[in-house]
Design a protein around this ligand. Structure first.
Ligand SMILES: *Cc1c(COP(=O)(O)O)cnc(C)c1O
Length: 359
């Protein structure tokens, strides 16, 4: 079996064991003679899958009964609109932290539906950092404070939840969801497209605290876009394969020892890679050191020609998906949960060799 060293930013690498399990079950799910994607979403098999995924998420994240878990469609991008659609409106405002392309898109949607106070922006520095708490300017009366916990494109990440001046946090966690422990009580809502760190494209995980949910607008709202519609019931056909696959990934995280253990592995992988970048001036990290992401490691080489050569030679060693996003350039190594330590070791060995031959 050939598996490349996959550093793609998303969709991205998934655990081989999980892919194998899905493959083994694909034609005949639990002796039903049908695939899980051929069975009614109201039947006992899928209902059980949905319940397991919910229970596992709650247990891994330490969510109490004060949280609801929803499996929606439309990607994180739809949440950019659904959040203000449900929680803003005439005269209401929210605070947004502008730390990258995805934050900007979220802000654009929110401005259509309410007042947006941008409490911090690193746009003028090409989003090379996230704020420290003292950098954030709060506005009174915000319904929530929105932040992007990991900026996939720019390689920055909040170390801990930002101070929100009493407003519930709403977090786009698409690219670091389930990569570490978080302080759940700080959040009104967490959402994540699954395809970076938690499974396949097609399912968006939405976690909402009940007291925050209770503030969702209920008059003159579109049924499908209203969060309460989706609580405790399947309003329409859920993304069945996505939820099924998420459940397998959650089971895999449990088998690794949970979020604390996964976090330790992620920290060790990232430390190994950043140490290679920091060895001398040949490689240059693009994010400020205390904003560096454990998930997406972005760096430049001395010239664009060397970057092209780097990508070509890396590809020959099956080190794939390393091209940086066009807004940063250079190299981006995405080292999500499922990226094995061996792949990071292979990348670091290649980087050391490439430096020796080209500096
Ligand atoms: C990829 C990504 C998105 C976009 O997700 P879609 O599911 O494609 O809508 C949003 N936010 C972050 C942080 C991302 O990494």
């Amino acid at each position: 079996m050939f598996r490349s060293h996959n550093f793609s930013a998303g969709p991205s690498i998934l655990p081989t064991e999980v892919l194998q399990k899905a493959q083994a079950e694909l034609l005949d799910y639990n002796g039903t003679g049908s695939s899980i994607i051929e069975l009614s979403h109201r039947g006992p098999e899928y209902v059980e899958v949905d319940a397991q995924a919910t229970a596992r998420l709650k247990s891994l994240l330490g969510l109490g009964d004060d949280f609801e878990v929803l499996f929606l469609q439309g990607g994180a991008s739809t949440q950019f609109m659904m959040v203000p659609y449900n929680f803003l409106g005439d005269g209401k405002s929210a605070c947004y932290l502008n730390t990258g392309t995805w934050s900007k898109k979220a802000i654009k949607e929110a401005k259509i539906l309410g007042n947006v106070h941008v409490g911090f922006s690193s746009e003028e520095q090409n989003f090379n950092r996230v704020p420290k708490n003292e950098d954030i300017k709060h506005a009174e009366g915000a319904e929530y404070m929105h932040f992007t916990s990991n900026n996939t494109i720019f390689g920055t990440q909040f170390r801990t939840e930002p101070e929100s001046n009493g407003a519930p946090l709403v977090c786009d966690a698409s690219s670091d969801f389930l990569s570490r422990e978080i302080d759940v009580k700080r959040y009104g809502m967490i959402y994540a497209g699954a395809q970076k760190n938690a499974g396949t494209a097609g399912v968006t995980i939405v976690i909402i605290r009940k007291d925050f949910l209770a503030k969702a607008r209920t008059e003159n709202v579109s049924t499908i876009l209203s969060y309460p519609t989706h609580v405790g019931t399947m309003f329409n056909t859920p993304p069945v394969f996505g939820v099924y696959f998420l459940n397998l990934v959650l089971e895999w995280i449990e088998s690794k020892g949970g979020l604390k253990a996964v976090q330790q592995m992620n920290e060790a992988k990232a430390a190994h890679l950043y140490a290679e970048i920091d060895k001398d001036a040949f490689y240059r990290g693009t994010a400020e050191v205390d904003s560096r992401s454990l998930m997406n490691v972005t760096f430049r080489l001395p010239s664009e020609d060397l970057e092209k050569k780097f990508l070509k030679e890396a590809g020959e060693l099956n080190l794939d998906g390393l091209k940086g996003h066009r807004s940063v350039g250079g190299i981006r190594a995405s080292i999500y949960n499922a990226c094995p330590r061996e792949s990071v070791d292979a990348l670091v060995a290649f980087m050391a060799d490439f430096r020796t031959k080209n500096s």
